[in-house]
Write a protein that binds this ligand. Structure first.
Ligand SMILES: [Zn+2]
Length: 73
């Protein structure tokens, strides 16, 4: 199952959600696991496929060595 990365517009939390393509096609949107906000946006280009290169450029400002959700660190 593909994993999609989302960013919460309210608390800037970045999180990953596993969703089937069928589920995604229904326009289903996850809610923020931290503040339960529905104002989340998908971080494009960050679908986790093993073997593929990540093409994301700049991480969000909240992202850093102390970020608990970012697999980069
Ligand atoms: Zn949030």
């Amino acid at each position: 199952m593909p994993t999609y990365e989302y960013l919460c517009n309210d608390c800037k939390e970045k999180f990953e959600i596993e969703m089937t393509l069928a589920e995604k096609d229904t326009g289903k949107k996850p809610s923020c696991p931290k503040c339960k906000s529905k104002k989340v946006v998908q971080v494009l280009g960050n679908v986790n496929v093993i073997g593929s290169k990540r093409e994301s450029s700049t991480p969000p400002p909240s992202c850093g060595p102390s970020c608990p959700t970012c697999p980069r660190y």
